[in-house]
Design a protein around this ligand. Structure first.
Ligand SMILES: [Zn+2]
Length: 467
């Protein structure tokens, strides 16, 4: 602490060099909130968390409620985040689960969560079934995200989707760069026929310069083609931009307009400010970080007031500082209107629920409602009202009535993932987005992707870290 800093709260984090758990403090300095920590061996680290102290305080007052996972598979031995599995100290149910069905990819992104590698050891269909049954044994039908690598590298992806649905999972999402969806005429339809609900499409901007910088290739035409094919196949699309300061923050408004032109095929835009995983020569500079309030302000400014920062709320299931979301109805003229709270009996309605980086939040009954909210919001009404979709726990009549009013609803959301510099273990313990690791442990997303500055990973197989 320095004379210019004000202590807001004690928490814990890790050293970005050695990944040891450290005491950490959230401190205010000027109008900024920082995470401050000290490793006896590697020195002091200070990382921006939030720009704007008033909004920081207000946002936290709308925070979440915790609920322990029903089943813990690992013991508390070394302390958070070293015992994930989940351990009894975790404070949140599993809601959205990523299954990394391959580590292979068809582009080489400088920005990649998964550190995709030329690793040809995809898990077998039988292993994936084991993961799914493990999740069922944990007591709830979570939302499944098929992820990677690039999942469409697997020719048996439709079988994986069908397997997931056949085991009773209600919501299956594909996280993809869209290249195969664009290039292969019948592919979107095959995935839809297999039971896929929603496509989370990497979509970083509306100019090829952005893709060249972030993904190493000119991809805009392919992205557009992928959206067209998904829409034709009845697959809901969520555009997922990774926001990189100095590269595509200026395209936020254009991305929203691009999405609105394609409603209801495109259901939502889900922004993700860049996090720093993998090997880095030096800690990321403060200017290389974008915080959630800045994204809300940029949305307001770049939509010329059609959307207001005040239209957004924190997620109800996760830590408030992880995300924001807002739901809107789209007028015939393209205007946006914040959606009123749905009626209490509208079955899926928890509008304060975040549209998480994946599918849905969770927490006991809150978790179920949150799952249903996202499931209903991110698939097309036609899909969701189909007879096979009338699963237990949803009042179909009220759901259909509800959906009829929201044919052209639209969601804008963001999620800030944590890296070794800004990791706050209090937030991590409330994480509801989990990954099934190859050793079958269930690990919170940000712990799973956590890497030291050297690229060393806590949970990923070493071969997958070298991309
Ligand atoms: Zn250290």
């Amino acid at each position: 602490m320095t004379a210019t800093q004000q202590l807001l709260a004690e928490t814990e984090s890790v050293c970005p060099i050695c990944l040891k758990t450290l005491a950490a403090q959230r401190v205010a300095e000027g109008d900024n909130i920082y995470l401050s920590k000290h490793c006896a061996e590697h020195g002091h680290f200070k990382t921006i968390l939030w720009r704007g102290i008033d909004s920081y305080r207000q946002w936290g007052n709308r925070g979440s409620r915790a609920a322990r996972p029903p089943v813990s598979e690992t013991k508390v031995e070394r302390g958070c985040p070293h015992d994930c599995g989940l351990c009894p100290d975790h404070l949140q149910h599993t809601c959205c689960v990523l299954l990394e069905v391959t580590q292979r990819c068809n582009i080489k992104c400088p920005v990649c969560f998964a550190s995709a590698a030329d690793d040809n050891t995809d898990p077998s269909l039988g292993e994936i079934e084991t993961w799914l049954r493990l999740l069922l044994a944990h007591g709830s039908k979570v939302n499944i995200q098929l992820s990677g690598g690039e999942p469409t590298m697997r020719d048996d992806l439709p079988q994986i989707v069908a397997l997931t649905r056949s085991l009773g999972f209600d919501f299956v999402q594909l996280n993809t760069n869209g290249i195969r969806l664009a290039k292969e005429a019948s592919y979107a339809q095959r995935l839809a026929d297999a039971g896929l609900d929603c496509v989370f499409l990497q979509f970083d901007g509306v100019s090829d310069e952005v893709y060249k910088h972030i993904r190493g290739a000119r991809l805009l035409d392919l992205k557009t083609a992928a959206i067209d094919r998904c829409t034709k196949a009845g697959l809901g699309v969520v555009l997922v931009p990774t926001l990189v300061p100095g590269i595509n923050v200026g395209e936020i408004g254009k991305i929203i307009d691009f999405a609105l032109e394609r409603v209801p095929g495109v259901r939502a835009v889900h922004f993700q400010p860049i996090s720093y995983f993998g090997r880095y020569p030096a800690p990321p500079a403060e200017a290389d970080r974008l915080t959630l309030p800045e994204i809300m302000d940029e949305i307001e400014a770049q939509t010329e007031g059609r959307v207001h920062a005040a239209d957004f709320s924190p997620g109800s299931a996760e830590n408030a500082y992880c995300s924001f979301s807002g739901k809107f109805f789209v007028g015939k003229d393209g205007s946006l209107h914040p959606a009123a709270e749905p009626a209490a009996n509208a079955c899926c309605g928890d509008d304060t629920t975040s549209a998480c980086g994946c599918g849905v939040p969770s927490r006991g009954d809150d978790a179920l409602r949150a799952r249903q909210f996202v499931a209903s919001h991110w698939v097309t009404p036609e899909q969701r009202s189909a007879p096979e979709e009338q699963h237990a726990g949803i009042n179909v009549d009220s759901l259909n009535a509800f959906l009829a009013t929201r044919q052209h609803s639209f969601c804008i959301s963001a999620m800030a993932f944590q890296d070794a510099w800004n990791l706050d273990l209090e937030r991590l313990r409330e994480c509801f987005i989990h990954v099934v690791a190859p050793d079958r442990r269930i690990v919170p997303f940000c712990a799973y992707n956590l890497t030291a500055i050297s690229g060393e990973s806590l949970y990923r197989h070493p071969a997958c870290v070298e991309a």
